[in-house]
Write a protein that binds this ligand. Sequence first.
Ligand code: ZN
Length: 285
Amino acid sequence: LTQLEDMLVDKKSYGLFVIDRSEAAFGIASGKRIHVQEHLVSNIMGKHRQGGQSAQRFERLIEEAAHNFFKRATEHASSYWLPNLEDIQAIIVGGPGATKDFVVKNDYFHHEIAKKIAKTTFDVGYSNDSGVRELVENAGAMMGEIELDAERQVMNVFLGELVKSAPKATYGEKMVRQALDQGAVGRLLISEALRKSSLTLQCGACKHEWDVSLSRNEPIPNCPSCKASGENAEELKNVSLIDELTVMASKSNTEVVYISVDTEEGSQLLYGFGGLAGICRYPMM
Ligand SMILES: [Zn+2]
């Protein structure tokens, strides 16, 4: 993996949370890495009450201890995720019993976190480190679906602009570069399957310099000035087009969204729009 590919993977992360009445653990999954941030143990007493306690009072103490434990665990997890919440696709909750659903339904999580909790919860054997890992295995298919939904949504915003009379959108490398230069792009949509290099070439014959973007197996074209063979041109620069555009985007405060080809909308981006599109801050066409 190149550094950028590594970054792409990190953009899709998930909050993970497992809980039952005796313990809880939480962390984050990004790409292939799973990080368990904390494992908490409850102090909910056992099933046997002390002499002198009424059954009712004992029951109340247990519920109070359970409530405090759920509150502590969800608060710790919420404050861990909140600073990076915009990079978190969804929060996935699991556990061995009914506690996981109880905690979700009774609004224990911070309200911003609650918005990102996946609708399905997952059964796992334990609410500890191994439970967090098991959660990722069990939720894998759903994580994929969540990512694809997010990609479809952003593509539909772009496609929706295109049918308007003054679209706040642009596409294709040339137009997207221009719009990025003007700082006009709010969100830059890049197809993950875009495998082009951005080159600056110098003609071996007339020393003319020019820029071109080429796919991996595409031959270097002839000099646009003197028509000398591209074989004799010198590469002054050769970077991946995705890297170059990502750097341009960061200069204009543009959010970069990577789109896979795993959806119909995603293949439309690659084959219909040259793998590049911009959702713009003002009308571009
Ligand atoms: Zn030349």
